[in-house]
Ligand binder design. Structure first.
Ligand code: GTP
Ligand code: MG
Length: 213
């Protein structure tokens, strides 16, 4: 069983967008794919990330036909905030997440786990999102952005992953208006020996690396 945790430098960077592209590519290669969004906040009536993921899964893996949204999104909160805040400071129920993962893993050989927010998004008093990666024994994909500030944001998240000895690779989710990336940031990454692989253009290479690490 391969577990890949999708994290990002912040919320709204493109974790769900990237998750869906990865599911497509892995499924295209004949891999039985699965995915879960263990904790989703900002859920008014329905967990939208989990819904997007489940729609993809039902198309890509027949074994998900009877899987319900609660199976993909086992913990949800209404407030659009970090889980620790949104839960009213409740302690994390890890057993609930372990059981949810166990159920989904019966249906797949590769599990994608989408985090919430970034690596130091607090889940409870002493558990951060990054700790969930270690708990699940997953390797990670750090999705970063291409706007000004991406060097600082990317290096901070890389350092956090390095410090916890988590295996990971980085993917850039550049948007249409990120025209300055080549001028302001790209060369820095290349000179620092960090390949600039883009989610939109290099999903195959990103999948290759994720299967190796
Ligand atoms: P949270 O899970 O809420 O923390 O966000 P996220 O990191 O999963 O971001 P998500 O993938 O939901 O992307 C945020 C918004 O930007 C969504 O509306 C996406 O459809 C949109 N989006 C993400 N990536 C791209 C992209 O490359 N191009 C365009 N046009 N839209 C994108
Ligand atoms: Mg998302």
């Amino acid at each position: 069983m391969k577990r890949i945790f999708i994290t990002a430098t912040n919320t709204n960077i493109g974790k769900t967008y990237t998750t869906k592209l990865l599911l497509e590519e892995f499924a295209f290669r004949g891999i039985r794919v699965g995915a879960i969004k263990p904790i989703e906040t900002g859920v008014a009536s329905f967990p939208l990330d989990a819904q997007e993921i489940l729609t993809s899964l039902k198309r890509l893996n027949n074994e998900f036909k009877d899987i319900k949204i609660d199976d993909i999104a086992p913990i949800t909160y209404k407030l659009p905030a970090a889980p620790f805040v949104a839960s009213g400071n409740a302690p994390l129920d890890l057993k609930l997440l372990d059981d949810a993962v166990e159920k989904i893993e019966k249906l797949c050989d590769l599990l994608i786990i989408e985090g919430a927010g970034g690596l130091y998004t607090p889940i409870d008093k002493d558990f951060m999102m990054i700790d969930l990666i270690s708990h699940f024994g997953a390797s990670a994909l750090l999705v970063t952005h291409c706007s000004l500030g991406c060097i600082n944001d990317t290096l901070l998240s890389k350092k956090a992953l390095d410090d916890k000895n988590i295996k990971y690779t980085v993917a850039f989710n550049c948007r249409e208006n990120d025209n300055d990336f080549a001028i302001t940031s790209k060369d820095y990454f290349l000179k620092s020996n960090l390949d600039v692989l883009k989610v939109g253009e290099n999903i195959k290479e990103i999948c290759d690396i994720l299967l190796e690490i």
